[in-house]
Design a protein around this ligand. Structure first.
Ligand code: ADP
Ligand code: MG
Length: 339
């Protein structure tokens, strides 16, 4: 039941052939439910399913290490020991904590890896959700502050009891990069890694052309596109309020939470897509830009080298960041490029 709901709700970007026949060079493809989402791996030209199984094994290993809900994971132990002492964590966790801090600084604290208490309070992940009282909000918000993450070599600590780190906005990108590295190490030259809409491409299509990635229509059922992006060897990640949410008194409450208000971010954006070389940047930045809103987000995207971003507002206007250098066509006429 939970599986089906997530299956329907989560695939934000779908890699597709988009009308082109690929009779030759059919990929080897496998899907699995991992990282609380649908993961699909496709490789072209060589290898066999066992390579994909090994890649799924890698994903599972990272999930065990990074997921807050996995007893024994780094984030689990950080939470258990919050306010008490440092814990030894993996280099992956140290990297993600430092990377998260970078986006916190860039966004004036809107991106915050210590969002855990608010994520737990809203309970959006299990699909039911909880509309919090003011007292509940106040006490959860008081526990969110990225400046209270302490790092000492390979050890980390959350300064105050009750704090919790949550890599939900960045881990999929990081893991997608690791899967790409793994597959390239095994000789793969062409492929698509799709971690629930966090898409990373290995090279281009076997015929040398770009992959065509359908961009989820933020206002339609999963799998309907509003446009198509043509890219090779890059990462493409979207963030949007339609990915995980619950309804309360006729209003949608989604999973990207503004730590300043304690509420799901509500600033007129319905989708942000980031195209970048690595996916840890794309994942962290798409959530960051979504939280920052159109004006500040466009500025940060334009100022970030190697990044092209697509912003969609509630009135179905599409904005491209300055220096946008990716092939992108809007296919749904309800959407239009902002002047
Ligand atoms: P998805 O998980 O659907 O790919 P995002 O990458 O945008 O979407 O990340 C959303 C997740 O990030 C939430 O489910 C939550 O775990 C976490 N999160 C929510 N609000 C924030 C925030 N302000 N800063 C950092 N992480 C957040
Ligand atoms: Mg993200």
């Amino acid at each position: 039941m939970k599986y089906m709901a997530l299956l329907c709700a989560l695939i934000a970007i779908i890699a597709c052939g988009c009308g082109e026949k690929q009779n030759q060079n059919e990929p080897i493809t496998a899907s699995d439910f991992q990282l609380d989402t649908v993961v699909t791996l496709s490789i072209y030209g060589q290898g066999d399913k066992s390579l994909l199984n090994d890649a799924f094994g890698e994903i599972g290993r990272y999930d065990k290490l990074l997921s807050r809900t996995n007893p024994g994971s780094d984030t689990y132990r950080l939470e258990q020991n919050a306010g008490e002492g440092f814990v030894a964590v993996s280099s992956d966790t140290i990297f993600l904590l430092k990377e998260s801090e970078k986006y916190s600084r860039l966004s004036g604290g809107l991106f915050d890896v210590t969002i855990g208490p608010l994520v737990s309070l809203w309970n959006i992940h299990d699909g039911t959700g909880h509309y919090p009282t003011e007292e509940e909000l106040d006490s959860a918000m008081a526990l969110v502050n990225y400046e209270d993450v302490l790092i000492d070599g390979d050890n980390a600590m959350l300064k105050r009891k009750g704090m919790a780190a949550d890599f939900g906005a960045i881990a999929k990108g990081y893991i997608a990069d690791r899967v790409k590295e793994f597959l390239i190490g095994k000789g793969v030259k062409s492929g698509i890694i799709n971690l629930g809409g966090n898409v990373v491409l290995i090279g281009g299509k076997p015929d040398g052309g770009d992959f065509h990635i359908g961009l989820q229509d933020p206002d339609a059922a999963t799998g309907e596109y509003m446009g198509i992006v043509g890219i090779s060897d890059k990462s493409i990640v979207t963030s949007g309020p339609y990915e995980r949410f619950f309804m309360y008194e006729g209003k949608r409450y989604h999973h990207i939470i503004d730590p300043k208000t304690g509420f799901p971010s509500d600033n007129g954006l319905i989708q942000v897509t980031v195209i970048s070389d690595d996916s840890v940047t794309g994942d962290a930045l798409s959530t960051t830009l979504f939280l920052m809103g159109l004006e500040d987000g466009m500025k940060l995207a334009g100022d970030t080298p190697g990044v092209s971003a697509i912003f969609v507002t509630t009135d179905k206007k599409v904005y491209l960041s300055s220096g946008f250098d990716t092939t992108f066509n809007i296919t749904n006429p309800e959407y239009s490029l902002a002047p």
